[in-house]
Design a binder for this molecule. Structure first.
Ligand code: SF4
Length: 468
């Protein structure tokens, strides 16, 4: 994934920019970047943040940077923000995107006379550079931004900074959010709205799908506001959004309590304790415990002082190892106990199987697993998730392949998506056996969507039901 933050201030903005970006560190693990614009023009720094947090890496840059406008990001992929000299003058650009039609776009751009793109190590081109090139195809910036939003298959939200201010544009279907904050003599734009609260900003507005605004220290003006349908990512609430954030006015933490509450209402087991897999399972478990009356407890605890969130190796086997090293068992809470454990979701199942194994080894009598979202049947094609790269990474798809002897059609998948079907029950039972859980029951799609509480047609559900 990735997240960004931008600020337009009457005074120097570097302090707000630095902490505003840092508050997006849960959204990416590879690159951090910040660019400012002041009396001396543009200045920029980009660092690899794989082995140390954003704040540590940018400590020295912040001492030197000066400017009243600034943008920056935490990115899982390309280095950014980029500073571009173009027909629109010089601007800095940062994006959160997934571009599925890269090859087609490049082919068209070459046909129109564009001659080259820089390749990053690994052979991919820098997605932010591609977005800049699309923007530069049109005669003015707003048409250019709009053109980029329209041409991209996948999703794209961006911040662009030049002398006139900071432009923010939200993805045309609103897959990812942009919130605007305001304080005296400054406006800011952020992926996560909690990121500006401790910096003295209060909520000003959220952009609608496809909306383009420009911010200066004095105002925030809408330049384009189409009447697009919304398909905001539901996973934001379930898993990767930060608990203190809210999107479309709905709190992440509160949504997770609602999920837990709904799962408890449908359940029929009587464990000794309810627990959540740290971190995103915790709030779902609080909701479950409050509704069921079964005590919430923490049978294992994450060791945070030296395992910061941003330390995440890229190799899956190492990631699993690190995930395990972070968890410490509280044996007194586990021994001879029946536990009900809530995780946000089951992707590949490897980590949850190991966690369960670890609970049995620590003396647990029973381990009941309750994922807070329905079985994931389709890989996400709208966002750059590091969690699942292809459909076959998903445990559901591997189990379905097995159950159907390799003959998996779209029609068959739809049957597996129906929680009332026999196929669904067989799939859940196969997963339970494979991962060695005492029992397994997924949250239902309708309950999960009700837990968000906004009009269901505005929520993306593709990874659960394949509906676009
Ligand atoms: S497919 Fe899933 S993860 Fe991707 S945008 Fe839709 S809800 Fe979010």
């Amino acid at each position: 994934m990735g997240g960004f933050f931008g600020v337009a201030s009457k005074e120097d903005c570097v302090f707000d920019l630095f902490y505003g970006i840092d508050y997006h560190s849960h959204l990416g693990t590879r690159r951090g970047g910040m660019a400012v614009l002041g009396e001396d023009g543009f200045d920029r720094a980009i660092h690899n943040i794989e082995n140390s947090p954003f704040r540590t890496k940018f400590d020295k840059d912040v001492q030197k940077m000066k400017g009243t406008y600034g943008i920056g990001c935490i990115s899982d992929y390309e280095s950014q923000p980029l500073i571009i000299r173009s027909i629109h003058g010089t601007y800095a650009l940062t994006t959160v995107s997934k571009i599925n039609n890269v090859d087609e776009l490049i082919k068209d751009l070459f046909k129109n006379g564009h001659t080259h793109f820089q390749e990053m190590s690994g052979g991919d081109i820098n997605a932010t550079e591609l977005v800049a090139t699309l923007i530069d195809q049109k005669d003015n910036l707003i048409d250019g931004i709009n053109y980029a939003l329209e041409k991209i298959d996948g999703s794209l939200s961006l911040l662009l900074m030049n002398e006139a201010g900071i432009y923010a544009a939200r993805d045309k279907m609103g897959r990812t959010p942009i919130a605007i904050g305001r304080k005296e003599d400054a406006f800011c734009a952020a992926f996560e709205n909690f990121s500006y609260k401790n910096l003295g900003y209060s909520d000003y507005k959220e952009l609608t799908p496809g909306e383009i605004i420009v911010m200066t220290p004095k105002n925030c003006v809408t330049l384009y506001k189409p009447d697009n349908d919304m398909k905001i990512c539901t996973f934001l609430w379930v898993y990767y959004g930060y608990p203190a954030s809210s999107y479309e006015g709905i709190s992440v933490e509160k949504m997770r309590y609602n999920c837990g509450e709904k799962m408890a209402k449908r359940d029929n087991v009587h464990p000794d304790i309810v627990a959540g897999v740290p971190d995103s399972g915790i709030a779902h478990a609080v909701g479950y415990a409050n509704e069921s009356g079964i005590p919430f407890s923490r049978p294992f605890i994450k060791y945070t002082p030296t395992w910061p969130r941003s330390f995440m190796p890229t190799m899956q086997s190492k990631r699993d190892m690190i995930a395990k090293m972070k968890l410490l068992a509280v044996e007194d809470l586990i021994k001879d106990k029946s536990l009900l454990l809530i995780d946000d979701s089951i992707v590949r199942g490897t980590q949850l199987r190991e966690t369960t194994e670890f609970l049995y080894q620590s003396g647990a009598k029973e381990v009941h697993i309750r994922p807070a979202c329905p079985p994931l049947l389709y890989g996400c094609k709208y966002l750059n998730f590091s969690r699942s790269r292809s459909d076959m990474d998903l445990i559901t798809r591997r189990v379905i392949e097995r159950l159907e002897n390799g003959k998996v059609t779209e029609e068959v998948l739809q049957e597996y998506a129906d929680p009332e079907s026999e196929k669904y029950e067989n799939m859940v039972e196969e997963i339970r056996k494979e991962l060695n859980f005492t029992s397994l029951r997924f949250n239902r799609l309708d309950d999960m969507l009700d837990s968000v509480g906004i009009d269901k047609s505005k929520l993306c559900t593709f990874c659960w039901d394949g509906k676009e």
